[in-house]
Design a protein around this ligand. Structure first.
Ligand code: ZN
Ligand code: ZN
Length: 104
């Protein structure tokens, strides 16, 4: 068995985003962006749906706020493995990190 089952811990290392971005698949969905890749902490494949919040504004014309560059999504580990100490209403190993979302 080579599976690593770390204990649940809400941690974020500066390297997580980079590690994840190097090997993740980004798919646009109707509501946001889906990230698929390996969790940099527990190395388990997972997907995360990031919902764009700024699209809630109504289409009221040119005064609608522009979407700036460098939108950041916060990704949480949602791997299906069980980790010791995961709260009942949580999933994954607790790792989280930020990803730049390219604005068009
Ligand atoms: Zn995990
Ligand atoms: Zn994880």
């Amino acid at each position: 068995m080579t599976e690593q089952c770390k204990e649940y811990a809400e941690v974020s290392l500066a390297t997580y985003g980079e590690t994840f971005a190097a090997d993740c698949e980004v798919t646009e969905t109707s509501r946001g962006i889906r990230f698929a890749g390996k969790c940099p902490r527990c190395s388990t494949f997972m997907t995360y749906d990031w919902v764009e919040t700024y699209t809630r504004t109504t289409h009221s014309g040119p005064s609608a706020p522009a979407v700036g560059d460098g939108e950041q999504a916060v990704i949480l580990c949602t791997c299906p493995k069980s980790h010791e100490g995961t709260p009942p209403d949580e999933e994954g190993c607790g790792a989280y990190w930020r990803m730049e979302v390219a604005a068009e």
